[in-house]
Design a protein around this ligand. Sequence first.
Ligand code: 5GP
Ligand code: ZN
Length: 142
Amino acid sequence: MHTDPTCIFCKIAQQEIPSYRVYEDEAVVAFLDLSQVTKGHTLVIPKHHAKNVYELPEEVAADVFKRVPTIAKAIQRETGAIGMNVLSNAEEVAGQTVYHFHIHLIPRFGHEDGFGAKWITQNDAFTSEELTTLASNIHSQV
Ligand code: 5GP
Ligand code: ZN
């Protein structure tokens, strides 16, 4: 398993830095985010060091994602959250500050609970032809 001795989340995974753990197994650790955007805000990480989604090996992705529903439901039960945002930031423009892949589980308690993602829908920005070409071009690169 690849680890980076300079990486703060590798240090958390290896227990060199303490954390409020909510789950751990041979491949994955989940712990409370120090920022607690909302109560119960949790990070799920692989023990394997990968920078972000672009560099995540498929088998590591499978290990992490398959734990998410169980951890999410435990957070929901404990906090009484009425919803949850599940997200992962990749690169600076998307808000990534720690370059070890992680999934944020952000329990939601209402529209003014401290978390918000701004969505500006652009239903008319692209023609049907442009969307067809776009989908086809992405499809050919998967
Ligand atoms: P990002 O901005 O990269 O998506 O998220 C990084 C998150 O890691 C932030 O929400 C930040 O609060 C959290 N974080 C950074 N350092 C530590 C730490 O040492 N311990 C814990 N528990 N969370 C951390
Ligand atoms: Zn790391």
